[in-house]
Design a protein around this ligand. Structure first.
Ligand code: ADP
Ligand code: MG
Length: 386
């Protein structure tokens, strides 16, 4: 992190010809449990990880915004006087969308000075670790401080979501931004996606000698976007037939009645959401009362539900989960929207090497590409670095 901090300062000075006023950072995230529950207004339990995106920012004496990233040579320039979402595209729609969205949440963009922004990051892009929320969190937090806007972290999460929904055009919920902005060391963010209230839940992984392994299968199917939309539509249809605003309002005890009212596929989609919401609540209670080692069964059950009821797993994810479980993991599940991406496994530190070797072997044996394997620690959310 110190290296990245120094590097982004040096790069900034070289690119823009002046020193930044500061460096801010925001982490990627992993969702421990609670998949596809966000748009059903239910519960999620993500945590911020020890991979971060940095934004070095310096004030200008005009109304220009210039934004660069170490990922690309492109330097994008706009004037604050003609910043519209239609004009934004590509990667710069994330940082510039944040500028626009700050205006939507009360910043007087007609009165603020221009800025130069340089982004650097060690969050893998497109691996399901939300590099997008990390860039949004770093830029929104930096500008909130530089422009003295006084917006709280919850509001900055909504700024990032608005940028992503409107400027980028991705219909995402508030989970990623909340995790990135609100995360704390060795803790998860328990988020109620209806009220948007959040609570910090200590994970206690460090004391328990447990680690979280990410298994990035590197696979992402073409039908992921269509599949996501289809699942969303099924959930809305289920809620409509059951006469509720959202599946959040259906409890496990209501499932018998739901089975009579719904066709088989819709019923199974509904059952995933309803039981997953309950598993998030159970995980929070288990973490508080018994500690992380007791949560494995809930992670395993979450995977089965996504595989069989929601039908969003793929053979690579199933293999990752089963191999981890068979070689010492306490629990494992696919994480993220599905149809590819990553799985996570809760692994005792002394079983880690066995799990890693077994995963390499199993993927080779099945003729799958080697997965990318790395551990993540639950880490502090958005902060000023220097
Ligand atoms: P993820 O799961 O990583 O959030 P997304 O597709 O939501 O995947 O967001 C990734 C996109 O965010 C990238 O394609 C890029 O446009 C933008 N992005 C993320 N990190 C950076 C970065 N460090 N520099 C420039 N753009 C970035
Ligand atoms: Mg994203």
């Amino acid at each position: 992190m110190t290296d990245l901090r120094t590097a982004v300062r040096d790069d900034y000075t070289q690119i823009f010809g002046h020193e930044p006023d500061g460096v801010w950072s925001s982490p990627g995230r992993v969702n421990l449990i609670g998949e596809h529950t966000d748009y059903n207004l239910g519960f999620v339990l993500p945590f911020a990880i020890n991979r971060r995106t940095l934004a070095a920012v310096g004030v200008r004496d005009d109304r220009t915004i210039r934004v660069g990233s170490t990922f690309t040579d492109e330097l994008v320039e706009v004037s604050l006087d003609d910043l519209t979402t239609e004009a934004l595209s590509g990667w710069s729609a994330y940082p510039l969308g944040v500028v626009w969205a700050l205006g939507q949440f009360g910043a007087d963009l007609a009165a603020v000075p221009g800025v130069d922004i340089l982004i650097d990051s060690n969050v893998p892009v497109g691996a399901g670790l939300s590099s997008s929320a990390a860039i949004e969190g770093a830029v929104s937090f930096a500008l909130d401080e530089i422009w003295q806007l006084g917006l709280d972290r919850q509001t900055l999460a909504r700024v990032g979501q608005r940028a992503e929904n409107v400027a980028v055009g991705a219909p995402t919920g508030i989970m990623d931004q909340s995790a990135s902005l609100l995360g704390e060391r060795d803790a998860a963010v328990f988020l109620d996606c209806r009220s948007l209230e959040s609570q910090i839940v200590p994970l206690g992984l460090e004391d328990a000698g447990l680690e979280i392994l990410i298994i990035n299968t590197g696979v992402m199917h073409d039908h992921a976007t269509g599949g996501y939309a289809e699942r969303r539509a099924s959930c809305e249809e289920g809620a409509r037939i059951l006469g509720v605003e959202a599946l959040r309002d259906v409890s496990v005890a209501d499932l018998d009645r739901a089975r009579e009212l719904l066709d088989d596929v819709t019923f199974r989609r509904v059952r995933h959401i309803v039981t997953e919401d309950q598993r998030v609540l159970d995980t929070v209670r288990t973490l508080r009362e018994e500690g992380p080692a007791a949560t494995g069964g809930l992670l395993d059950a979450s995977h089965v539900s996504m595989r069989d009821d929601f039908e969003i797993s793929v053979p690579e994810l199933d293999l990752a989960v089963e191999t981890a479980q068979a070689n010492g993991a306490i629990g494992a599940r696919m994480t993220g929207g599905g149809f590819g991406g990553s799985a996570l496994a809760l692994v005792p530190a002394d079983a880690m090497s066995r799990v890693l070797v077994a995963l390499d072997g199993a993927f080779a044996e099945h003729g799958f590409g080697q997965p990318e394997l790395f551990t993540v620690r639950a880490s502090e959310g958005t902060r000023r670095e220097s």
